[in-house]
Ligand binder design. Structure first.
Ligand code: DNO
Length: 384
């Protein structure tokens, strides 16, 4: 049995069509009902409609990414019970529709964070970039968080200050929009709401957030077990606390903790090589060797970091992540599975015709097509 190649599709508004996905060589689709506000129940008929649409071209909707976890659950405030009930109902509806592999994250307020969405590479391709000095500039000058600069190294503060002094108005606005942006096609957050959340999470801290995750998992456990649903948590991206927000899925210790607290098999992991790989503290083959039996889904993507921890998204087989080593481990893990491990080429460069098109950041067609082709080749070659 080979690994399963899937592809993220944002739905009918995605500029990448289902035909494109098929032509790119994927068999399975990763999708979500992004138009439903976080926390609301996904109606069964909406799920079935999306499923039918995907099936109409001969593809299969196999993974739900993400069923977002409402902030009330992450902060476990007085509304959390209501939102957990909603989450459970959504899981039941997904199961009725035959969907039983779910990806989610437990990152406070912001999903993945970058500071530049069109970083130019030497060959003219565009990639996503995360720069600590830009983040510090956002934190101190735009968000104006109290003592923001005290959380960064002197070197980062210096470059943030000088960069800000020369930054155009347009770039300042762009930087702000990029940091406040969440998942493409979903709503961005406001500066004011972000500040409010930072205050709430400061009180919760890392151990409080861990407790809230464990509580959430235990609350949905019975449903997952009855409905045979596997949950896979996506690691923090980047795998560091940012803007004073705690992080609980950033490294080996975090992931082992999550498994140890909720050891039942429904509690799985989405192994994202780009998110984990952005952390200088993370040795990916080692992490995968420890948590491999819990990995049901992988996001395969590469990053290149500098000594300060800034990084850009590199080509899938280039960069700091030894993709061949990871692929070899995934192939070995997959041999003992009843259901194949799914992976998707995560993000891709904006290249060729896509440079002229409006695309969802990280999710243009051609860069991912290239990534998928390389990953498939790698798998077949290594498995021979
Ligand atoms: C970024 C994605 C994430 C991921 C969520 C999972 O490109 O990998 O947005 O979908 O964090 O909940």
């Amino acid at each position: 049995m080979t690994l399963n190649q899937s592809w993220r599709w944002f739905g009918p508004n995605d500029p990448v069509s289902l035909r494109d996905i098929q032509q790119a060589g994927a068999t399975d689709v990763v999708s979500a009902l992004h138009y439903i506000p976080h926390g609301e129940v996904w109606p069964l008929e909406d799920i079935l409609e999306r499923k039918a649409l995907i099936q109409s071209v001969g593809l299969k909707w196999s993974i739900v990414e993400s069923v977002p976890v409402h902030e009330a659950i992450k902060t476990r405030n007085e509304e959390s019970e209501f939102y957990i009930e909603n989450y459970i109902q959504t899981l039941k509806n997904l199961s009725k529709a035959g969907l039983n592999l779910v990806c989610y994250n437990f990152m406070p307020v912001l999903d993945w964070t970058r500071t530049d969405l069109s970083y130019s590479l030497a060959n003219g391709a565009k990639a996503l970039y995360f720069d600590w000095a830009d983040l510090a500039a956002f934190d101190h000058f735009i968000l104006q968080r109290k003592n923001a600069f005290s959380f960064y190294s002197e070197e980062v503060v210096e470059s943030a200050t000088s960069r800000w002094a020369e930054m155009s108005k347009v770039r300042k606005k762009e930087l702000s929009d990029i940091v406040l942006m969440g998942v493409p096609t979903e709503k961005s957050m406001s500066k004011e709401d972000l500040m409010k959340s930072i205050g709430i999470y400061a009180k919760i801290g890392k151990s409080g957030l861990r407790d809230n995750l464990v509580f959430f998992l235990k609350s949905i456990q019975q449903t997952c077990e009855t409905e045979e649903i596997t949950m896979t948590i996506h690691p923090d991206d980047p795998p560091y606390p940012i803007l004073g927000l705690p992080r609980i899925a950033s490294d080996k210790e975090d992931l082992l903790y999550i498994i140890s607290q909720v050891p039942e098999s429904f509690n799985g992991i989405c192994f994202c090589t780009g998110s984990l790989g952005a952390g200088g503290h993370n040795a990916l083959p080692d992490i995968l060797s420890r948590i491999g039996d819990r990995v049901h889904f992988a996001h395969l993507r590469n990053v290149k970091k500098n000594s300060r921890g800034d990084f850009y998204e590199a080509e899938h087989l280039d960069g700091d992540v030894d993709m061949a080593a990871i692929m070899q481990q995934l192939i070995a893990l997959n041999k003992n599975r009843e259901r194949p491990i799914f992976y998707r080429p995560d993000h891709g460069h904006q290249i060729l015709d896509d440079l002229k098109k409006e695309t969802n950041p990280g999710y243009s067609a051609i860069g991912r097509l290239k990534g998928l082709a390389e990953l498939r080749g790698l798998e077949i070659g290594l498995d021979r």
